[in-house]
Design a protein around this ligand. Structure first.
Ligand SMILES: Nc1nc2c(ncn2[C@@H]2O[C@H](COP(=O)(O)OP(=O)(O)O)[C@@H](O)[C@H]2O)c(=O)[nH]1
Ligand SMILES: [Mg+2]
Ligand SMILES: [Zn+2]
Length: 306
């Protein structure tokens, strides 16, 4: 029997759900009456090795039971990357989802989500939701602003359907997308709109807080196409920066492009008024950069400036 490989799409207590590409193993007429989702345990040998399995992992199956759709995970492929908030392996693109209104757009918060995503070194872009709630000029301003920060934005609304086709096209071109952002911005709603037949839970917008209640709890991958999956990120609404100050400049695309030409005299320049620093200070996030870097240096005790 050929080895069967698949991708872990959800974790349930001691079980993992693994999806396989039936077309790889059967002719289309044979695969049409088959389920592609298996409930899996993991082989003892894996437990001994203490190797954890995450959503997004590519795995090899053993003891495949085609009648009850059960199997055992025999091995886990090496990961390209691993994102810890939420725990997902092998991500190819992170979308920071931000609502244009309700909750109100908060640049500091957007910045923190972007920096957290940048730590993973995968491609990052922005989805601006709830465009039905806000006027055109304001929306265009935000698109230009985030362009200056180095990011493309897709503008969406599930009320009038704006941007949904663009978003679907984009998502279909990406192997594994992750939607991250504050609670209540409409991440689950977007997925539900795009994948109406899948069971996603939407939060009711609490009038007091103007934020969605936290209804989605575990990470799950949803398939848009064969080879294109997307993950909602329930319960991981607080971004987290854990970075050496030396690497901090690399988290800003608008700074990265400036650094390509080695404009600074010293290689370890942090662009805080050092002699021979060739970085321009006329970019919008520079003040945020300075402030966060200073805080980081103060809390990063072992780190020596100069
Ligand atoms: N007006 C408007 N409301 C939206 C839109 N998308 C989502 N919402 C509402 O925002 C609230 C929070 O949505 P939810 O998908 O649970 O947000 P999540 O926490 O990011 O997953 C819900 O009441 C949705 O109906 C939109 O495009 N326009
Ligand atoms: Mg949600
Ligand atoms: Zn510099």
């Amino acid at each position: 029997m050929t080895t069967i490989k698949g991708i872990v799409v959800s974790l349930k207590a001691n079980y993992m759900e693994v999806e396989i590409d039936l077309n790889k193993y059967f002719t289309s007429s044979d695969s049409s009456n088959k389920n592609n989702r298996f409930l899996c345990t993991r082989r003892r040998s894996l437990e001994y090795k203490d190797s954890l399995i995450y959503v997004g992992d590519n795995v090899e199956l053993d003891a495949v039971d085609w009648k009850h759709y059960r199997a055992a995970i025999k091995s886990v492929d090496n990961r390209n990357n691993f994102f810890s908030r939420p725990p997902v392996a092998n991500i190819s693109h992170i979308f920071i989802v931000i609502s244009l209104d309700c909750p109100k757009l908060d640049y500091r918060q957007v910045n923190n989500f972007l920096l957290t995503a940048e730590q993973s070194s995968v491609d990052v872009s922005i989805i601006l939701t709830k465009s039905d709630l806000i006027e055109k000029n304001f929306i265009q301003e935000q698109v230009y602003r985030f362009q200056d920060w180095g990011y493309n934005s897709i503008i969406t609304s599930i009320v009038d359907g704006r941007g949904i086709n663009d978003l679907i096209d984009k998502l279909k071109s990406i192997k594994l997308s992750l939607l991250c952002g504050p609670s209540g911005v409409g991440k689950t709603s977007l997925l539900k709109y795009i994948l109406p037949d899948q069971s996603l839970r939407i939060g009711k917008l609490s009038k007091k807080l103007l934020r969605g209640t936290n209804t989605t709890r575990h990470v799950e991958l949803f398939a848009l196409d064969q080879g294109a999956r997307v993950a909602d990120t329930p319960g991981f609404n607080r971004p987290e920066l854990l970075v050496n100050p030396r690497n901090f400049p690399n988290l800003f695309p608008e700074l990265r492009v400036q650094l390509e030409n080695f404009p600074c005299k010293f290689r370890d320049c942090l662009h805080r008024d050092e002699p021979g620093c060739g970085i321009s200070k006329s970019w919008e996030r520079y003040s945020l950069y300075r402030k966060q870097l200073d805080e980081m240096i103060n809390s990063y005790r072992s780190f020596q400036v100069d």
